[in-house]
Design a protein around this ligand. Structure first.
Ligand SMILES: [Zn+2]
Ligand SMILES: [Zn+2]
Ligand SMILES: [Zn+2]
Length: 128
């Protein structure tokens, strides 16, 4: 029964993130859900969506954790994208640049397990 009760909230939150076309912070998600979900519910749903490969976490140097939609991750498998996240210093929006994947080579015996590429500057809306 718990599963059924949570479904509309889960759809609401995943739809919110998907429709925004950018990465949303917890505060923005809470605002977008218009008080329909409490704090714990939102965190649980975000965790579940992340585990299911629908969304990924975006960490940025401003310390705010945001969530963005996954376009290539399979449900239940590990996240496997290492694209750039762009933070606009003017409007504060964080966007996934899925086509931009930096390449580098680590020294011998260094094994990379997690990568986080973030770029700050001005987005197309703000650079004109
Ligand atoms: Zn993913
Ligand atoms: Zn901007
Ligand atoms: Zn992303």
């Amino acid at each position: 029964m718990k599963q059924v009760r949570n479904t509309p909230a889960k759809q609401l939150i995943s739809g919110l993130i998907a429709d925004s076309g950018r990465a949303l912070s917890y505060a923005e998600i809470q605002e977008g859900s218009a008080g329909k979900c409490d704090r714990v519910t939102i965190y649980r749903i975000l965790e579940r969506l992340e585990n299911e490969g629908h969304i990924h976490r975006v960490a940025h140097s401003d310390g705010v954790v945001r969530y963005a939609v996954c376009s290539t991750c399979a449900h239940g498998s590990e996240h496997h994208h290492h694209h750039v996240h762009f933070l606009c210093r003017v409007c504060g929006e964080v966007t996934c640049l899925e086509g931009v994947i930096p390449e580098f080579k680590l020294p011998r015996k260094y094994v990379a397990e997690e990568m986080n590429f973030s770029v700050s500057g001005r987005c197309p809306k703000c650079s004109e």
